[in-house]
Design a protein around this ligand. Structure first.
Ligand code: ADP
Ligand code: ADP
Ligand code: ZN
Length: 214
């Protein structure tokens, strides 16, 4: 099974992708996570990408497409959730061709719809465990015990440098101008399923689950 989660920054793609991965035994492929890994590793690609990510822009299609293609090959047919990819029409077209060439089929394209005010609020309070990467939110999903990761017990946390108000504004513009245009692309193919991404995380997950199980 191959599922795409589409939506603006802060819509809950990562949160829901993790649940889908666990529930359905799929592998979560997040291009944002892959890029942050390159940044941490200090690779040439990472250095190039960091400038663009900090400015809230999009990394070049060629880099992203190459990265995803080799990752899909390494999974040898396992089910996949694409989180944060595709983000441009060129990426969507390249994905179609890639899947065709690899003899794979796209099952669901799920769009998470969330109000802009809620996006800003979600991104503003997002943090993660520095050790295991578990995701949290100051208000909506705090740790059970203050300052201690529920999953691994670590007391160190991090916030993404691009979750500051100014970069968030640029990321929302990039979404509107470069990513939203791919919605009609999938709509024309009859693959797009839009769901309400407002409300509790569990409730949103139930909506997504309904589509994946259909
Ligand atoms: P994305 O991957 O789309 O950028 P995330 O899954 O990282 O979004 O979610 C952004 C922030 O909002 C995180 O801090 C997460 O805990 C929180 N969040 C996710 N889904 C919801 C929800 N349904 N209600 C409230 N907060 C949410
Ligand atoms: P979010 O969904 O919260 O905006 P991501 O972790 O998906 O965050 O992406 C973080 C940044 O990484 C983006 O703002 C962009 O600069 C870059 N990026 C991630 N995925 C892509 C992609 N498919 N194409 C181009 N740039 C990407
Ligand atoms: Zn942890």
């Amino acid at each position: 099974m191959i599922v795409i989660l589409l939506g603006p920054p802060g819509a809950g793609k990562g949160t829901q992708a993790e649940r889908l991965a666990k529930t359905f035994g799929l592998v979560q492929l997040s291009t944002g996570d892959m890029l942050r890994e390159e940044v941490r590793g200090g690779t040439d690609l990472g250095k190039e990408a960091k400038k663009i990510m900090d400015a809230g822009g999009l990394v070049s299609d060629a880099i992203i497409i190459g990265m995803i293609s080799s990752r899909i090959d390494s999974l040898k047919g396992k089910g996949i959730i694409l989180d944060g990819f595709p983000r441009t029409t060129a990426q969507a077209e390249a994905l179609d061709k890639m899947l065709d060439d690899k003899g794979l089929k796209l099952d669901h394209v799920i769009q998470l719809k969330v109000d802009e005010d809620a996006l800003v609020e979600r991104l503003g309070g997002r943090f993660a465990c520095a050790k295991c990467g578990a995701g949290y939110h100051d208000t909506f999903s705090p740790t059970k015990q203050d300052g201690v990761c529920d999953r691994c017990g670590s007391t160190e946390f991090s916030r993404r440098s691009d979750d500051n108000p100014q970069t968030v504004r640029s990321r929302l513009v990039a979404y509107r101008e470069q990513t939203a245009p791919i919605l009609p692309y999938y709509e024309k193919k009859g693959a797009l399923k839009a769901i309400d991404g407002m409300g509790e995380m569990d409730e949103v997950f139930r909506r997504i689950r309904g589509i994946v199980e259909s």
